[in-house]
Design a protein around this ligand. Structure first.
Ligand code: TMP
Length: 211
């Protein structure tokens, strides 16, 4: 089973992935957590290129292809082998991030982006995707309160983030059977309860339950 988490920056994805992974592991399930861009040696090097503030003049198509290259490596090297072993893979961002950020955010035509997805996802689509939705103001407040420095992507202006957030709503509305829109402006524990409710109803039986 392949589950992805999406949202604008500082929406609380990593906290929710952590909660979910602990609940799945408590049921003796193998869980692989990956983050994009990154997750393999090659993909982490691409991540450094993408997020480095020195590369402020990166062309949008270069950006699209680098995020996509990182994804292709991650899918073939880690995600597909884990899924074949029966693990549950939880990804902090996947192809919908590219549609939201490079498509709706940067303005690259969505059909061109979908062509690239077709190539680099190797036919893999998430079984379930959570869009954790917070306001742009909340995202900015959380970013300001964080100790970590701002990266190149986070340097974008408010209008860019508004387009990305609207883009996520658009993406979620066109794939209603896969997407759950989760209100991320609540306490992390109640967000986590809602997510668990959705996941638990779709989980395959554990080895213990099967025997
Ligand atoms: P992170 O902060 O969630 O680790 O993600 C890194 C940044 O990269 C974040 O600002 C979102 C952005 N991003 C894209 O623009 N396109 C993509 O395809 C992915 C995976 C991330």
């Amino acid at each position: 089973m392949f589950i992805t988490f999406e949202g604008i920056d500082c929406s609380g994805k990593s906290t929710q992935i952590d909660f979910l992974a602990r609940r799945l592991q408590a049921q003796q399930r193998e869980v692989l957590i990956v983050r994009e861009p990154g997750g393999t040696e090659i993909s982490e090097r691409i991540r450094d290129l993408l997020l480095d503030l020195k590369h402020g003049d990166m062309d949008s198509c270069t950006e699209l292809l680098l995020f996509s290259a990182s994804r292709s490596q991650l899918v073939t090297e880690r995600i597909l082998p884990a899924l074949r072993r029966g693990a549950i893979v939880v990804a902090d961002r996947f192809h919908d991030s590219t549609t939201a950020y490079q498509g709706y955010g940067r303005g690259i035509p969505i059909d061109s982006i979908e062509h690239v997805h077709g190539l680099v996802t190797h036919g893999l689509l998430p079984d379930m995707s959570f869009f954790i939705d917070i306001s742009i103001e909340e995202s900015q407040m959380r970013r300001a309160a964080r100790i970590a420095h701002v990266d190149r992507m986070e340097n974008a202006d408010t209008a860019f983030y508004q387009r990305v957030r609207d883009g996520y709503h658009q993406i979620a509305s066109t794939s209603p059977s896969r997407f759950r829109i989760i209100n991320g402006m609540r306490q992390p524990e109640s967000v986590s309860e809602e997510i668990w409710g959705w996941v638990v109803s779709s989980l395959p039986p554990t080895r213990f339950e099967e025997s």
